[in-house]
Design a protein around this ligand. Structure first.
Ligand SMILES: Cc1cc2nc3c(=O)[nH]c(=O)nc-3n(C[C@H](O)[C@H](O)[C@H](O)COP(=O)(O)OP(=O)(O)OC[C@H]3O[C@@H](n4cnc5c(N)ncnc54)[C@H](O)[C@@H]3O)c2cc1C
Length: 349
């Protein structure tokens, strides 16, 4: 058929997969979709962030344009993942209790309105009273949140995409222009490549965590006085528990540090409610090192018209929040594509 068109999505991380699935729901009969990536959910590369994520949802108060935009994306994702957790038990998403303890809360945590803006939507949200806080902690909250078994969830998204007729291709693109040559009739390339292609605002944030077999029933995050963070995240479907973690901008070391592992586990045994029988010992499955694909000013969601009838739509730079923002980002990308006439709205959706 002469007027057939293919939409190319680059990237099979949580952002590319969520976006490709949502685009798929809006395709017209003459459009098809091709997902191209260097890495897919069964792969393990330090440069492929998604399978390494914790992943839990913890709101981030703030008043910058990035914080306000992300708050909306995070709230939509929360509702979406709540539905996913109950409707698709094999997706690797589960609702559990979430607790936060901060020893040195930054100003935005002390501003009631700014806290309400990002936390009020959470099921059972409650600020903890002074008598409920552990020694040394000045601010604490509890709420219902989700945890994600990130490799399982990514595999689930890919499976759904393929079952719904999506095509995939393993390929490493040298530049975005190449995306237009990967199929016939490509008018739009959606760039969900994590760090973009040579964007000077992109940078990586190294994260080291440790996956253990020991079980906890809720996700707890503790900010330490020195500004570092300790957290435990149970992974659904018997996936163990993630003990974290570090956030090291521009640190390219791909190897886990044993010293860091020891510090993370020592803190976890002090602060998190693992079974007393474990006596502070952890059954380590493996260390994790991944690179969060960050960007100054936050995610780039933008449509670039590169020729009369050709667009690159960008969706990269999620930093440490790719899972938390994933559905909101997919919706924002699709809205942009609808606005540019690259997709058509369907009354039934
Ligand atoms: C230790 C750690 C803990 C984390 N914890 C959390 C958490 O609790 N909650 C949360 O929300 N997030 C968390 N994150 C962050 C989260 O993992 C990222 O934000 C998210 O994975 C980014 O997804 P992405 O799809 O943008 O990028 P990626 O997952 O990196 O995927 C990028 C995709 O683009 C492809 N690609 C790149 N370049 C090319 C090319 N040239 N040609 C073809 N394909 C290409 C890659 O192969 C890959 O498929 C954590 C990350 C780490 C490392």
């Amino acid at each position: 058929m002469a007027n057939r068109e293919t939409i190319v999505v680059i990237g099979a991380g949580v952002i590319g997969l969520s976006t490709a699935l949502y685009i798929q729901q809006h395709l017209t009969p003459t459009q098809s979709i091709l997902l191209i990536a260097r890495d897919f959910p069964s792969d393990t590369s330090v440069n492929y962030a998604s399978p390494w994520a914790g992943a839990h949802y913890r709101p981030v108060p703030g008043s910058t344009p990035q914080a306000l935009r992300e708050a909306k994306q995070a709230q939509r994702t929360y509702e979406f993942l709540k539905r996913t957790a109950s409707a698709e038990p094999g997706a690797g998403v589960e609702f559990v209790g979430g607790v936060e303890y901060l020893e040195a809360p930054p100003a935005e945590y002390l501003d009631t309105q700014s806290v309400r803006n990002v936390y009020a939507h959470l099921d059972g949200f409650r600020k903890l009273g002074g008598e409920e806080l552990p020694a040394g902690v000045r601010w604490g909250v509890e709420y219902g949140t989700y945890v994600v078994n990130s490799p399982v969830y990514c595999a689930h998204l890919l499976r759904k995409f393929v079952l719904r007729g999506g095509e995939t291709k393993r390929y490493t693109l040298v530049n975005l222009e190449e995306g237009f040559s990967m199929a016939r009739g490509v008018r739009c390339v959606v760039n969900c490549s994590g760090t973009g292609f040579g964007d000077p605002k992109s940078f990586i944030i190294r994260g080291q965590t440790c996956l253990v077999r020991n079980h906890v029933s809720k996700t707890i995050t503790r900010q330490n006085t020195d500004g570092s963070w300790s957290f435990c995240i149970p992974r659904p479907l018997d996936g163990g528990t993630i003990i974290g973690g570090t956030k090291e901008p521009n640190n390219w070391d791909p190897n886990p540090s044993l010293e860091t592992r020891k510090r993370l586990l020592d803190n976890a045994s002090k602060w998190f409610p693992f079974a007393p029988e474990s006596k502070g010992q952890f059954d380590v499955i493996h260390d994790i090192v991944g690179r969060r694909p960050a960007r100054e000013g936050g995610l780039r969601i933008e449509a670039d018209k590169i020729a009369d009838d050709r667009y690159v739509v960008h969706g990269y730079g999620a930093g440490g929040r790719g899972f938390e923002l994933s559905r909101g980002v997919a919706e924002d990308i699709v809205s942009l594509m609808l606005e540019k006439g690259l997709l058509q709205a369907r009354a039934s959706l």
